[in-house]
Structure formats: C-alpha cells, structure tokens
Design a protein around this ligand. Structure first.
Ligand SMILES: [Zn+2]
Length: 310
C-alpha cells in the first residue's frame, strides 16, 4: 500500500504541528508515580472512548487521576461526505478538543479506519501504549461489537492483557510490574452473551460536562459520521445555533445515559446503596475482562473512587 504509508506519516506530522495537544503524551502525564491512577480507554474511532467513558474520565480527572482516550484508528472514512487526510485531521482535532474539556489526554493512532487487523504488529503497538502510559486500568470494546474495528480493538487489547507484563515481549518498552485491570465498555449486543457490568458509574455530577465535551465531535454528533446524510443534517439545529445544538445533543444523551442507568439499576443499588442508587439519573458501565488482574469488589471501588466510604 505505497501511497497511504507515504502520505500518512506526513499527515500525522502535520496534525501534530497543527494541534499539539492531539499528539501523543502531554508532558504533565508523561511523569508517572505520583500516586494517582492511570487509565487508558481504547476506542476504535475518534469518538468511541469519548462516548463510552467520557463521563467516568471526567470524574477521574477531577480527582487528579491521569486518563488517556486512545483511538486505535484515525477515523479517516468516518463520514458520509468527506474522507482521507482532511477527515483524519478534523477528527484528531475534535478528539483533542474533547480531551481539553474533560481534562484528559487524547491519542489517535495512525491506522486507517475500517482496516484495523489483529496482527502481531498491532498487538505490539497496543502493548506499548499500555506500558508507556503505565496503566492501572485499561478499557476497550468487547470483541463481538458490530464494527470490525471495534471487534479487533477488543481482540488486540485482550491479546495485550497478559503480554504487557512479559519482559521479553517488546523488550524495548519496560514491562508493567503489575498487570492492569482490564474492562469492557458497554454495548447492546446479545450474542454470544449480553454485556453484564461489574461497575456502573453515576454521571449525574459530570453529565453536563460530558455533553459539553461531546459537542466538539461535530463531524459525528451533528453530521452523523459515516451513517449521516443530508437529511440527518437537516434535522439538526444549524452550526450557527450553538445553544440549539447543545440542547439537541443533551436530549439525545439524556435518553441514552438514563437508559443505561435504568438497565443496570440493580447494580447501582448494589454499588451506591438503595437511596443513592435509586436517585441516579445517568450512568456509564463497565464489565471486567477475565484476562488481566482480577480485582476484589473492594479493590474495584478503589479504582473507581467515586463511592462514599463504607
Ligand atoms: Zn467506532
């Protein structure tokens, strides 16, 4: 694939020059070992991690923990009307803007949208991202999501879930001494088995912040991304009507995230107690992966430190 491999590194350099905060690791977060948690959320495209875990990321960030939202592809076919370098640039900038609003770091890997494969090369790449971030917590799609890129992100992160600790795999990047806790972000797919959360996080105190951040994902939320159309755009308030757009977006996310809270109400009651659990309006949820460290219920609550002391 001669043309893309020649063009894309140049493109990524151009992106880094245009949008420094979209580039790899911010100086602040390169320093680890400050006693704070380190979290990396993988998504297949520059919106998935934001959609699935943006609220929980904001809650960690408020407590000074270090969160990276990492898109494994550059999203360069994720629009009905535009594609290629200009779209990849646009989406990297959108993700960087979300990250600024949430107080987290964003990274977009240089792999074409729709072309992610679970190769050894990509297993090494994902392993290095997790190691370099010195992650305590890793979140990714389940490997039976609708989109091939989502599925392969799930596979690649599962494939890294033990290898991050193995010294002679990618020996140029120091292995993690402690295996992170790996979790899946939520989805609605039923086969081979439905998503079943171990952790459900109340978003009520960060919900507005999440919506305010998602407002930056213009190509996706207001133009519909790859499944948009002229008709879709006609039904969204115009770009000049910022308040109208935000209200429209808020309504959609209220529906989505209150449905998530209601679907996992019994877990909210278990985690927050009856009174608080009943009152939660909006939630994000995560399921433990069996392949990383297996935390006790008490340790899981330390990793998601959003619960009143017991
Ligand atoms: Zn996606």
């Amino acid at each position: 694939m001669p043309r893309p491999t020649v063009l894309i590194p140049r493109l990524m350099i151009a992106i880094a020059a245009l949008f420094p905060s979209a580039a790899i690791v911010s100086a602040k977060d390169a320093a680890a070992d400050d006693g704070k948690l380190r979290i990396v959320v993988f998504g297949a495209h520059p919106d998935d991690a934001e959609f699935k875990a943006g609220g929980t990321a904001a809650k960690w960030a408020r407590q000074g923990h270090h969160v990276k939202l990492c898109s494994v592809t550059n999203g360069d076919i994720g629009h009905w009307q535009m594609a290629g370098g200009p779209l990849a640039q646009r989406r990297a900038a959108e993700s960087a803007a979300v990250a600024r609003k949430l107080g987290v770091t964003s990274q977009v890997l240089d792999i074409h949208d729709g072309e992610l494969e679970p190769t050894l090369e990509n297993r090494r790449l994902i392993t290095k991202v997790i190691r370099e971030w010195k992650a305590d917590i890793v979140i990714a799609h389940r490997p039976w999501d609708y989109h091939p890129d989502h599925r392969y992100v799930g596979i690649l992160v599962q494939d890294a879930a033990f290898m991050v600790t193995v010294p002679f795999f990618c020996p140029d990047t120091p292995p993690l001494k402690k295996n992170p806790v790996f979790l899946y972000s939520s989805d609605g797919f039923q086969k081979p088995y439905p998503f079943k959360p171990d952790m459900v996080v109340a978003l009520d105190d960060v919900f507005d912040e999440k919506v305010e951040a998602l407002h930056e994902l213009e190509s996706q939320v207001y133009e519909g991304g790859a499944s948009g159309s002229e008709e879709f755009v006609r039904n969204v308030p115009p770009a000049a009507d910022v308040a109208g757009r935000k209200a429209w977006l808020k309504q959609r996310w209220q529906a989505r995230q209150s449905a998530e809270a209601d679907r996992y109400r019994s877990d909210l009651l278990r985690l927050y107690g009856d009174e608080k659990g009943k009152a939660v309006k909006y939630a994000e949820s995560f399921e433990l992966c069996e392949y990383g460290r297996r935390p006790s219920a008490a340790e899981l609550k330390q990793l998601f430190p959003f619960f009143p002391a017991e």
